[in-house]
Each structure stands twice: as structure tokens, then as C-alpha cells.
Design a protein around this ligand. Structure first.
Ligand code: FAD
Length: 334
């Protein structure tokens, strides 16, 4: 059991900045995200795009903003559980909470801050009949730990950035790697596509274009996939892992069942402090709604600051909140 003051659900920009605002008030945070990386939409959807409306930055790449946020929260030593989806919120008799993830990780905390954005990103699964039978038994929709694939046979499917990036990375880890792509051109970055084509020409990987994985086989564990090559010749490839990387779709998911007041798939909050209808649970960033709500990063940052003041009263009921400027008070490590 991990014990902390605040458990933050979602490591997007707003969840990360909430760690900073909490840290200024000496509240420790544990952050959980369903993705194996931090940064939410910025890291998953548009890491290389410039953002122009972050105060003080005329332009900043989304990926760099995430790096800066991680640097900014370093003094407060937050802890992270990544690649696990928060499934359950258990309210304890004393008003505190135990947050439980898909992998059974439990976090005991006094305050829960939901910074879940559009919901947790879930893999877009290809339509292959018995695919789900092999989930966790050779079929993986994400690369959580590349070492899982060391010296193994791997088939990746997809034509976007994830498929290209992981093909390039895992080529040096796996014993044998095949990339299957239904088109002849890639949606991902042109330089990554060029690299993958060169690696195939040099024999480091196999590249099957105009091809689809149509079936998966095995006895309890995956041992082969059928690939329809050129959309007409079925071809069996023996493999230990099949990684379909067709993008992620956000779903509100389990948050729907936590007894929170919802308004069109968003969590209704009180704009005084961004609290929900459940005492001790706050919702900030894209996941919340209120009259005039704007789904912008800077609005989420403001919400994090007000949430932290209110959470302070729960974590330190005997102390009075006093606003202190960082210019005067500096940053006190936690
Ligand atoms: P997110 O970034 O969505 O992060 C939420 C995180 O919570 C995700 O990582 C998700 O996996 C996790 N999560 C959700 N549910 C669970 C669960 N049950 N368990 C574990 N983890 C969970 N905004 C601007 O201000 N300026 C811009 O220029 C701009 N450009 C954009 C361009 C694009 C293409 C897109 C898609 C968005 C843009 N936005 C922009 C919007 C901005 O990205 C969002 O407002 C911002 O990402 C919201 O941050 P967040 O932390 O609330 O949520």
C-alpha cells in the first residue's frame, strides 16, 4: 500500500502542475496514469507541436512543456504509477480514500484529485476474432517495458508514429522483428518511415506492406499470426508477441462509476475550489465541467492552484492557509 497526502489520477499537464501547487503547500502526491508515459494528450497526441498560449512562453513544443513540468515538480519528489488505470475509489470510514488500479496497486490518501483529461486512453483494437483470448499472453497493445521483448520474436502492426518508433527501438532488443502495415506509405514522421524502410533494406527487420494481420494462433499462449500479404496470400509467421499499434481512444471508463455528478461525460465541479459532489474528491483540467469551462491547459493550471488551497484544509485541518509568494518564500523541498 502506497501512502500519500494526495493521489492524482492522470499525469497530463494539469495533473503534473497540481503536484507543484500541492508541493508549495507541503502536501505529498502520488500520480497514476494509464499510459506508460507522463504528459497526457501533449505526450500522446502532439509532442512535436508548438503551443502558443502558455503564459510566458511565446512558443513551446508540447513535449518540452511536459519536460519542464517534470523539472518544476522535482523538489517535491512525487511518486508515480504508470501504465495502470485507476479502477476503484474506496471511501474509508475516516473520510480518507484507497485508490485501486487495474494491476491491484493501492494508494491510501486523504484527497483524490481527478485530472483525467478526456478519460483514460484505451487501445484501438483491430478486428481479429480471437485477439482478446491472447491479451497478456502474447498480444500487447502498449510497450510498457521494452525488456519484455528481449531476444523474442515480435510482430508489430500499424503505420503511425508509435508503430514506427517502437519498430526502430525494438529492432535492437528483439531477436526477430516484423512490421506489418496495410498501406504503402506511413502516417508517422517521414524521417522515422525512412529509417524503417532502410532497416528493412539492410535486413535488420522484415517489412510487410499492403498486408494485414487476420488471425492469431496459439495454445494458451500466442505462437503465430496469419498475415494476408498483398491482400491475397495468407502467410503464417511464428512469433512470441503481436503488438497492434493503431492508436488510442480516450474513454471516461471506470470514473463513471465513482458516484460523481456527471454532465455529458465530464465531472461537475464547484468553481470555488473545483471540488466534486464527493467530499475530498476534486476534478481539474479537461475532465471537469462548469459554466464557461474552456478546455485549455492554462485554465487547468488555475484550477490546480485553487484545488490545492482547498485540499490544504483537509490535509492540515488545524492550520490556517496563508498565501505565500514563491518570490518571497522560495521552494522548500519535500
Ligand atoms: P490530459 O492531457 O488528457 O491527461 C489526462 C491523463 O489522465 C491521460 O494521460 C490519461 O491516460 C489519464 N487518465 C484518465 N483516466 C484515467 C484513469 N482512470 N486511470 C489512470 N489514468 C487516467 N490546449 C491549449 O491550452 N493550447 C493548445 O494549443 C492546445 N492544442 C491542442 C492540440 C491538440 C491536437 C489537442 C488534442 C489538444 C490541444 N489542447 C491545447 C488541449 C490540451 O491538450 C488539453 O487541454 C490538456 O491536455 C488537458 O490536460 P489534462 O491534464 O486535463 O488532461
Amino acid at each position: 500500500m502506497i501512502t500519500t497526502d494526495i493521489c492524482i489520477v492522470g499525469a497530463g499537464p494539469v495533473g503534473l502542475f497540481a503536484v507543484f501547487e500541492a508541493g508549495l503547500l507541503k502536501m505529498r502526491c502520488h500520480v497514476i496514469d494509464a499510459l506508460p508515459i507522463v504528459g497526457g494528450q501533449l505526450a500522446e497526441i502532439y509532442p512535436k507541436k508548438p503551443i502558443y498560449d502558455i503564459p510566458g512562453f511565446p512558443s513551446i513544443l508540447a513535449g518540452d512543456l511536459v519536460d519542464n513540468l517534470m523539472k518544476q515538480i522535482e523538489p517535491f519528489h512525487p511518486t508515480f504509477t504508470l501504465g495502470e488505470r485507476v479502477e476503484h475509489l474506496h471511501k474509508q470510514e475516516d473520510g480518507s480514500f484507497v485508490v485501486e488500479t487495474s494491476e491491484g496497486t493501492e494508494v491510501a490518501c486523504k484527497v483524490v484529485v481527478i485530472a483525467g483529461g478526456l478519460g483514460s486512453f484505451e487501445p484501438r483494437k483491430p478486428a481479429i476474432d480471437n485477439l482478446e483470448t491472447f491479451e497478456g499472453k502474447g498480444v500487447n497493445y502498449m510497450v510498457r517495458d521494452p525488456e519484455t521483448f528481449r531476444n523474442k520474436r515480435v510482430v508489430i502492426a500499424g503505420g503511425g508514429d508509435s508503430a514506427l518508433d517502437w519498430t526502430i527501438f525494438l529492432a535492437g532488443v528483439a531477436e526477430d522483428l516484423t512490421l506489418v502495415h496495410r498501406g504503402t506509405t506511413f502516417r508517422g514522421a517521414p524521417e522515422s518511415a525512412q529509417k524503417v524502410v532502410s532497416m528493412a533494406e539492410e535486413g535488420h527487420i522484415k517489412l510487410l506492406l499492403k498486408s494485414n494481420v487476420t488471425n492469431v494462433h496459439g495454445n494458451g499462449k500466442l505462437n503465430a499470426v496469419t498475415v494476408l500479404v498483398d491482400n491475397d496470400t495468407p502467410h503464417e509467421i511464428e512469433t512470441d508477441y503481436f503488438i497492434p499499434l493503431f492508436g488510442l481512444v480516450p474513454k471516461l471508463g471506470p470514473i463513471e462509476n465513482w458516484g460523481l455528478e456527471l454532465d455529458k461525460s465530464a465531472i461537475a465541479v464547484n468553481t470555488f475550489d473545483y471540488s466534486t459532489n464527493v467530499p475530498g474528491v476534486y476534478a481539474i483540467g479537461d475532465i471537469n465541467t462548469y459554466p464557461g469551462k474552456l478546455k485549455l491547459i492554462l485554465c487547468g493550471f488555475h484550477e490546480a492552484a485553487l484545488m490545492a488551497q482547498s485540499a490544504y484544509n483537509i490535509i492540515y485541518p488545524d492550520k490556517k492557509f496563508v498565501l505565500k509568494y514563491t518570490t518571497v518564500n522560495g521552494i522548500q523541498e519535500l
